[in-house]
Design a binder for this molecule. Structure first.
Ligand SMILES: Nc1ncnc2c1ncn2[C@@H]1O[C@H](COP(=O)(O)OP(=O)(O)OP(=O)(O)O)[C@@H](O)[C@H]1O
Ligand SMILES: [Mg+2]
Length: 758
């Protein structure tokens, strides 16, 4: 037994069959003993290895192949200083297959599975399969990267093959179990991640599908959808709403345009598409309501009840509203005569909602129809807003002040109104902003105006005009007593029995402190009086009830504002009292004439309109050409210039009806005969001196009556209009229908000339 050179191995266990390359001096030896260190000594078993190659500097690198186990014996150092050891070589003694077959099979199966788990490409398993000896088979474990050095050492030291194989099997089984757990964890992690990814994908898909179906997760859109469904819109409108909604959904809430779409949808939803009040078309009930809210106005109330009766009949007989069947009620009259408030009463009488659209100063068609949506900040027009405010599709809409509509480059609002008011068109009214057809045919439109002349003619043509001409003093007293006084009492925090007054006191307020066709100033004055009374009662220094008499009125309202004006003004020749209708109702107006040195001609002042200026020229020409007949010295025209003035100078005036008054003023001036202070006149005059009819007689008469005039000169052809004048007023006045100017002068001028210079 030759002693073998001993090569200790650090951190390395070489099992039989394994080739290794290690730094080691092998001299010229063919065989060496490789033995791992263990602690401070060596393992109990090593391997005999054959040196296959020596390389490196001074041949210090050796390639070796382990052959079989060997148990080291006595060691000694040879003369060269090399450590040599006696070994007992222990090649494997193969046990009978029965002992190892089970282990072998098991081992192979385990290793096979391990290799599979490790993703072996088949080479290692082929190698393992090629090993047939059970001992060698166990030794292949030495290659396994997962066994530690301690385990490999154990394998090395297991000289018994069966023992070794079962040891290797145990090691490999542990390894397999470990690998399996590892794989499961990895699989779990992997499948977890995959699951998440899968879910993410599904969710995205679902979102897309929902979006397609319009079920965006945005509850906003959902909200709109329910609202649209519940709004009862006509099909076309609903489709439009849905189109916009899906545009909104596709866009996402963050888009700037989305905000605009929402505003649009909000407006679309604000229209009360399917809501209607139950209309009450009972004329008797209507009349009762109108009477409750307003004194007098008999003819107006009658017209309104007639109108409602017709509507009722048409409805009962199933007649649809065709053109002209539903002409628009238009209330025309001076301010404060109850037009707006009777509109409200009509709504109450018919059980409809009431909305008022003020058209005063509206110059832009877009006000009525809205702006197209392409405009920044576009809004629907007034009608859509009115419907929103009403909350129903069949309200009473009061088009207030149609006479104050303007028109300019922005478009003519009256053309939009034409469409609104035309029963043939208004069931498909288009608002530019909403851009859908709106059915206005169930709306009861009522228009109001102060004067008819400035209402655009095509509009006026569609209107059924009801005139409010203003109240007589008696009517005002009644209104004051029954409506305004109680209302102002309440408004000033008083109880009905706190203050008392009488008709004569109300009359005093009307005649001395107001000059109007309506009752607005009157109500305001009553308010002032009652406020003062309330102050006193609140101060507690007043026995109740407070009696409001002439003294209290004087104290509260001061000196009379309008008094005996006519007599004072017409005391001198050259001043004549005319009657006119202005935007605020009938009024008396004074025409003043004067003459001065000059080259002939006429100066006109007082903001006269063209028609009135022409009247003035006609008047002068007439007087001049008829001087002889009028008893005027023709020389009075030589080198004279004439001046006509119509106060109040700040108020614009127009119309031909002051013609007779101007002739009278000039004639009075030139003849020196003053105009009778009880006379008021109205009438157009021609160059031939004919007196032509005028309009607004009732209003003029009421104003004359209120101003204390008793004689009215009027064109003969206006005589039938006197029927409209309330009979109590008629009885207190004398009327003088005339057809020519000389009749006027005969009636109006005092018989004797005053001693005055013309
Ligand atoms: N006949 C009446 N009976 C009771 N109150 C009346 C009557 N006429 C008018 N009034 C009251 O007078 C006030 C003014 O009336 P309203 O506002 O309706 O006038 P209007 O004709 O619309 O005037 P404007 O042309 O200036 O708009 C209201 O408070 C109204 O109730
Ligand atoms: Mg009004």
């Amino acid at each position: 037994m030759t002693p073998l050179r001993l090569i200790p191995l650090d951190d390395l266990v070489v099992l039989p069959g394994m080739p290794v390359s290690i730094p080691a001096e092998t001299g010229d030896d063919a065989r060496v003993l490789l033995i791992p260190r263990r602690g401070s000594g060596y393992a109990k078993v090593g391997v005999v290895a054959e040196v296959t190659e020596r390389s490196g500097r001074r041949r210090r690198m050796a390639s070796l192949v382990a052959i079989h186990r060997a148990v080291p014996g006595v060691a000694h150092t040879d003369p060269d200083g090399v450590l040599r050891v006696d070994v007992e070589e222990r090649p494997d003694i193969s046990p009978p297959p029965v002992l190892t077959r089970e282990l072998e099979r098991e081992y192979r199966a385990v290793v096979e599975e391990i290799l599979e788990l490790r993703g072996d490409d088949g080479r290692v398993s082929a190698f393992v399969r090629s090993i047939t000896e059970p001992g060698a088979l166990a030794d292949t474990s030495g290659y396994s990267p997962d066994l530690n050095a301690g385990q490999k050492l154990e394998l090395l030291e297991a000289l018994d093959v069966v023992e070794r194989l079962s040891l290797a099997l145990r090691f490999q089984q542990d390894r397999l179990a470990e690998l399996r757990v590892r794989k499961r964890i990895r699989d779990d992690v992997e499948s977890g991640a995959q699951k998440q990814q899968r879910e993410y994908f599904l969710r995205r898909q679902m979102e897309a599908i929902r979006k397609e179906l319009g079920e965006n997760e945005a509850s906003l859109a959902e909200d709109y959808r329910t609202k649209i469904a519940a709004a009862g819109m006509p099909d076309a409108v609903r489709q439009q709403a849905e189109r916009e909604l899906s545009r909104f959904e596709r866009m996402g809430d963050s888009n700037a345009e989305a905000g605009m779409i929402r505003t649009y949808l909000d407006w679309l939803l604000a229209v009360p598409w399917s809501k209607r009040s139950d209309e009450r078309l009972d004329p008797r009930h209507a009349r009762a309501v109108l009477d409750e809210d307003h004194a007098g106005l008999d003819d107006v109330k009658q017209r309104i009840t007639e109108y409602l009766s017709v509507r009722k009949l048409r409805a009962e007989r199933g007649l649809t509203d065709d053109r002209r069947s539903g002409a628009i009620l238009t209330l025309i009259g001076p301010p404060g005569t109850g037009k707006t408030s009777i509109g409200e009463s009509i709504a109450r009488a018919t059980g409809r909602q009431f909305v008022r659209i003020s058209l005063g100063g509206v110059r832009d068609e877009a006000e009525i129809r809205g702006h197209r949506r392409t405009y920044i900040g576009a809004l629907p027009g007034r009608l859509v807003r009115a419907l929103r405010d009403a909350g129903t599709m069949n309200p009473v809409i009061l088009l207030d002040e149609v006479d104050k509509l303007g028109a300019d480059w922005r478009g003519d609002p009256s053309s939009a109104l034409l469409e609104v008011l035309d029963p043939a068109q208004n069931h498909t009214f288009q608002d530019h902003y909403l851009d859908v057809a709106l059915d206005l045919s169930h709306v009861l439109f009522i228009a109001t105006a102060n004067v008819a002349d400035t209402i655009p003619a095509p509009l006026l043509d569609r209107m059924e005009v009801i005139r409010f001409d203003g109240y007589t003093t008696d009517e005002k007293v009644a209104i004051g007593r029954d409506y305004l006084w109680p209302r102002q009492v309440e408004r000033n925090g008083l109880r009905p029995d706190d203050v008392v007054t009488g008709d004569d006191v109300l009359r005093l307020v009307i005649s001395d402190y107001t000059r109007e066709a309506g009752v607005r100033q009157f109500e305001r004055q009553l308010g002032t009086v009652l406020r003062k009374a309330a102050t006193r009662i609140a101060a507690g220094d007043q026995p109740k009830p407070v009696v409001v008499d002439a003294g209290v009125i004087l104290e509260a309202l001061g000196r009379p504002k309008f008094h005996h004006e006519v007599a004072a003004r017409t005391g001198v020749p050259g001043v004549a009292t005319g009657l006119a209708v202005t935007g605020v109702g009938g009024d008396v107006l004074f025409v003043e004439a004067a003459s001065m040195a000059g080259k002939g001609g006429l100066v006109l002042t007082g903001q006269l309109g063209d028609v009135m200026k022409e009247s003035a020229r006609i008047a002068l020409t007439y007087v001049q050409s008829h001087a002889l007949a009028l008893g005027i010295d023709e020389r009075k025209f030589d080198s004279r210039e004439f001046h006509l003035h119509v106060p109040a100078g700040a108020t614009p005036k127009d119309g031909p009806s002051a013609g007779v008054t101007m002739v009278t003023a000039l004639a009075s001036l030139l003849t020196g005969r003053a105009v009778k202070s009880t006379v008021g006149m109205t009438g157009e005059v021609t160059l031939q001196g004919r007196v032509l009819p005028i309009g607004g007689l009732k209003q003029k008469v009421l104003a004359a009556h209120a101003a204390g005039l008793t004689d009215i000169i009027l064109p003969e052809r206006n005589e039938p209009d006197l029927e409209e004048v309330p009979s109590d007023v008629r009885q207190e006045m004398r009327f003088h229908p005339v057809s020519a100017i000389d009749e006027v002068l005969a009636l109006a001028l005092e018989p004797n000339a005053l001693a005055m210079v013309a």
